[in-house]
Write a new protein. Structure first.
Length: 455
C-alpha cells in the first residue's frame, strides 16, 4: 500500500534533528533516557519537568541535571541494595507526582520493566496485577496504603514497598511487606548506572482496563517509545522551547510517551498535574506556560461545556492532540485559539494514524505513520481486504459498505506489542498469520487516502 503521507525524516517541524538518526538505520536508536543524560550535560540548568498540586499551582521544578541525578540515585539504589536487575518488574501505584516521574526514568536506566497500575484498581484486580506481573518492588503514595493493606495477605512476590511523602509517616511494613520512605534512595550515587539497555529490551508491562475480565499486560520494548516520540515531535512540531502539559495519569502511555519522553527527546519541558479540571484547565495552562497539550476521550467535551472564561485564549497553547478531535472542531479551535490535531493509537501499537498540522479535513484521523502498514478488512470476512471507493468530499458520512476493521502490521522490530504478558493464546489471537494486528476498531478509508474513525 502506498503511504500518501510520509513524515519528514531528517528534520521535524520544530528545530533540530530527530532523536537517534533516521528510520532506515534503527541500529542507532537508543533508549530515550539517553536524551535526558545528554540534556544534563548540554543544558544542565534547563527545566526538565514541573509538577503541580490539585489546585493547579506549580509546587516542584527540576532541571535536566537534577532530574538525571535523582533518577540515578533511585536506579543505583534499586540495583545495588535491593537487587532489582534487568528484566525485573517494578510497579507504581500513585497519583502524578515527582517521584512517579523519577521512578519511571530510574527503572529505564537499569533495564527494569515498569508496571504502572491504574489508581482505579482495587481489591482482587489490584492483587491480580501485582502478582501476575511478577512485581518485585512497588512505589506508592500514602493514599494507597489502605488498598495495599487490604490485599497484602494475597501478594506473593512483592519484596519491598517505597512510599512517598513525609518519611516520618512511613511505616516499617504494610501488611507484613517491608516498607521504606522514597527518600531512602537519597544516599546512593548520582552517577549514571552503566547498565547497558537497548531498544530491544522490554520497557513496560502496562495493563489494559480489562472491561470483560482481568486486565491484560501489554509488554513492549524501548524501541516503541522512540518510534512514538519521533512521530510526536514531527507531527506536533515540538521544539526545545516548548512546554508539554499533561493532566492524564502517568500510568497512561500518553502522559509518559507524549509528554515526559517527548520533552526529553526535544530538550523541552514537561508539566504534570494530578487531576483534570475543566473550569481551571486554561488557567493552569497559562500559569505553567504550556504550549502543547494532549486530550483523550471526553476531555474536549468537558472543556467545551465549561463556562466561558477570561482564560479561554489567555494562554500560549498552540497545538493539541485530540484523540478523538472535538466534533465541533472549527468552533473549538476558534473559542480556545488552538490548533487540534487528530490521530489514532493504542497501548499495543502506539500512534498508527496521524494528521499533519496543516491538514484541515474534518473527521479524519489522518494517514498511516512511518513504521506501519495498515489495511481495512471486511468485518464479516477478515480475509477480505477492502478497497476505497467512498468520496468524503461528496458524502461526509461513510456508507456501511465502506466501514472495515483496521488491521495493522508493524514494519520496525521491537516497536509494538511483543506479547500479552504470559498469555500466548491472546497474543496468538491478536495477530493473523501474516503478522497483522486486529485493532477491533472500525474505520472508513476515503479515496483521498485518509482514514476516518467510525466506531
Amino acid at each position: 500500500m502506498l503511504l500518501l503521507f510520509k513524515p519528514r525524516d531528517a528534520m521535524y517541524l520544530g528545530e533540530g534533528t530527530l532523536p537517534f538518526g533516521k528510520y532506515e538505520d534503527t541500529s542507532e536508536w537508543q533508549p530515550i533516557t539517553k536524551s535526558l543524560e545528554a540534556g544534563a550535560e548540554r543544558f544542565p540548568e534547563k527545566t526538565m519537568f514541573r509538577v503541580g498540586n490539585p489546585e493547579g499551582d506549580i509546587t516542584e521544578s527540576y532541571t535536566y541535571k537534577e532530574t538525571n541525578e535523582w533518577a540515578n540515585r533511585v536506579a543505583n539504589g534499586l540495583k545495588d541494595e535491593f537487587g532489582v536487575k534487568k528484566g525485573d518488574k517494578v510497579g507504581m501505584y500513585m497519583l502524578n507526582c515527582s517521584e512517579y516521574v523519577i521512578s519511571i526514568i530510574a527503572i529505564h536506566k537499569i533495564g527494569g520493566v515498569q508496571v504502572p497500575i491504574n489508581k482505579d484498581e482495587k481489591g482482587e484486580r489490584l492483587a491480580y496485577v501485582i502478582n501476575y506481573s511478577e512485581m518485585k518492588a512497588l512505589v506508592m503514595d500514602p493514599g494507597s496504603v489502605p488498598f495495599i493493606e487490604e490485599i497484602a495477605k494475597d501478594l506473593k512476590g512483592l519484596e519491598v514497598i517505597f512510599m512517598t511523602g513525609d518519611p516520618a509517616n512511613v511505616p516499617a511494613e504494610i501488611g507484613g511487606i517491608k516498607t521504606l520512605p522514597f527518600s531512602s534512595f537519597d544516599k546512593f550515587s548520582s552517577d549514571n548506572t552503566g547498565v547497558e539497555v537497548t531498544t530491544q529490551d522490554m520497557e513496560r508491562c502496562m495493563f489494559t482496563s480489562g472491561t470483560t475480565g482481568m486486565p491484560k499486560g501489554v509488554a513492549r520494548n524501548h524501541g516503541g517509545v522512540v518510534l512514538t516520540v519521533r512521530s510526536y515531535l514531527q507531527q506536533q512540531g515540538i521544539r526545545s522551547g516548548d512546554v508539554l502539559m499533561s493532566i492524564l495519569s502517568l500510568g497512561h502511555a500518553n502522559a509518559q510517551v507524549m509528554c515526559l519522553f517527548s520533552a526529553m527527546g526535544a530538550g523541552a519541558t514537561a508539566v504534570f498535574f494530578p487531576r483534570f479540571s475543566a473550569s481551571s484547565f486554561w488557567k493552569w495552562a497559562a500559569n505553567c506556560g504550556a504550549t502543547s497539550i494532549n486530550m483523550l476521550g471526553a476531555v474536549a467535551e468537558y472543556l467545551w461545556a465549561a463556562e466561558p472564561s477570561e482564560w479561554d485564549k489567555k494562554h500560549k497553547v498552540r497545538i493539541m492532540l485530540g484523540s478523538p478531535a472535538p466534533r465541533n472542531l472549527p468552533e473549538f479551535q476558534e473559542r480556545f485559539g488552538v490548533r487540534v490535531i487528530d490521530g489514532y493509537g493504542s497501548t499495543e501499537m502506539g500512534m498508527v494514524l496521524w494528521k499533519d498540522p496543516e491538514d484541515h479535513r474534518p473527521g479524519s484521523s489522518g494517514f498511516p505513520m512511518e513504521g506501519y502498514y495498515v489495511e481495512l478488512r471486511d468485518p464479516a470476512d477478515p480475509s477480505q481486504v477492502m478497497r476505497p471507493f467512498w468520496d468524503p468530499y461528496e458524502n461526509p458520512v461513510p456508507p456501511d459498505e465502506a466501514k472495515g476493521l483496521l488491521y495493522i502490521k508493524p514494519l520496525i522490530p521491537h516497536t509494538t506489542l511483543n506479547e500479552y504478558f504470559k498469555d500466548e493464546r491472546r497474543t496468538r489471537e491478536a495477530f493473523d498469520d501474516d503478522g497483522f494486528f486486529n485493532s477491533d476498531d472500525l474505520f472508513a478509508r476515503g479515496i483521498d487516502g485518509r482514514y476516518y474513525f467510525v466506531g
